[in-house]
Design a protein around this ligand. Structure first.
Ligand SMILES: [Zn+2]
Length: 310
């Protein structure tokens, strides 16, 4: 999509912008020195396990995370942090450097800080994905549904590399992020770009609103959502977890007068359903469909889902 800019010299950017600058622009100030120009600490890309997982070498201008596998040069780092393509990363860094003359330290930083997505601003690019990947089929998602949601395998470089990328839209239907689902047991299972605010979004909300006046079905995960949609119920959203944020609550009560809770049939799901019923109770009519123990919507056949929602 972002063909603006034309030819970019990746090598020029790599020699001009340092890993240190990019890290500093994200306020990564917790890395500890572990040798000459060598730093390590918690990974700013996956932000999860591994207090020492992330290694950066400021002299060689490279990084590697032993937990999530992210690694490479300064362009790879920005792409991983933003969940964007290498080209998009290069465009951003080039834009930030203005004139390459002044030995490049401050301008790039300022630019990056302002570019940081604080409120899930729309992405300036889209990824080319393969919806026919066997993993998509294995999760019971047919081609029509995969196409409708725009999910598929991403073989390019960056944060989504080698994962099933799931496009996430805001309430107005603008693409704001991708979530990458691991297909080979790699951690984390679901990878979001740094800075993405899950609490601001209900997955599939813009399509649910389009589906018209009816009860809103609420599930936990992306694949639950796709399976319910595939079973013939387009008015469905996913919390992307088992917690309802204040913003998500507002999205629901703004447009819907009744909801159907269909969270996972485990302890977390049960507890979350009870909490949501308490939070939303006065504002909205709630039906809590308790799934059988240890069952999730994405494990159900379409006819099972239809029976349950009939
Ligand atoms: Zn990592």
């Amino acid at each position: 999509m972002s063909s603006a800019g034309g030819w970019i010299s990746f090598s020029e950017i790599k020699s001009r912008v340092t890993i240190e600058q990019v890290l500093r622009s994200y306020r990564v100030d917790w890395l500890r020195r572990s040798g000459d120009q060598q730093y390590r600490g918690r990974c700013p890309v996956h932000q999860g396990e591994g207090e020492e997982a992330f290694h950066a070498n400021f002299r060689r201008n490279i990084f590697h995370c032993f937990a999530c596998g992210a690694g490479g040069n300064v362009l790879d780092l920005l792409a991983a942090m933003e969940g964007c393509s290498i080209r998009e990363a290069a465009l951003r860094l080039r834009g930030g450097q203005v004139s390459g003359s002044a030995a490049a330290s401050r301008p790039a930083e300022r630019q990056l800080v302002t570019k940081k997505r604080i409120l899930n601003s729309p992405l300036g690019f889209s990824l080319t994905l393969e919806g026919r990947h066997p993993y998509v089929a294995r999760r019971g998602i047919d081609l029509v549904t995969a196409d409708r949601f725009g999910v598929g395998y991403y073989s390019g470089a960056g944060l989504m590399s080698g994962r099933i990328a799931i496009p996430i839209h805001d309430a107005r239907g603008r693409l704001v992020a991708y979530c990458g689902r691991a297909i080979d047991g790699t951690a984390p299972r679901y990878r979001f770009p740094a800075g993405f605010q899950k609490s601001q979004i209900l997955f599939n909300y813009h399509r649910a609103v389009e589906a018209g006046v009816r009860p809103l079905i609420v599930v936990e995960g992306f694949f639950d959502c796709m399976r319910i949609h595939q079973a013939g119920f387009p008015c469905v959203v996913a919390l992307m977890g088992a917690r309802l944020s204040w913003e998500q609550r507002t999205l629901m009560t703004d447009r819907f007068s009744s909801i159907v809770l269909m969270l996972d049939g485990d302890q977390t799901g049960r507890r979350a359903s009870a909490q949501i019923a308490t939070d939303l109770g006065p504002a909205i009519a709630i039906t809590d469909l308790r799934l059988p123990a240890n069952l999730q919507p994405d494990q159900m056949q379409s006819d099972q889902i239809q029976q349950m929602l009939a």
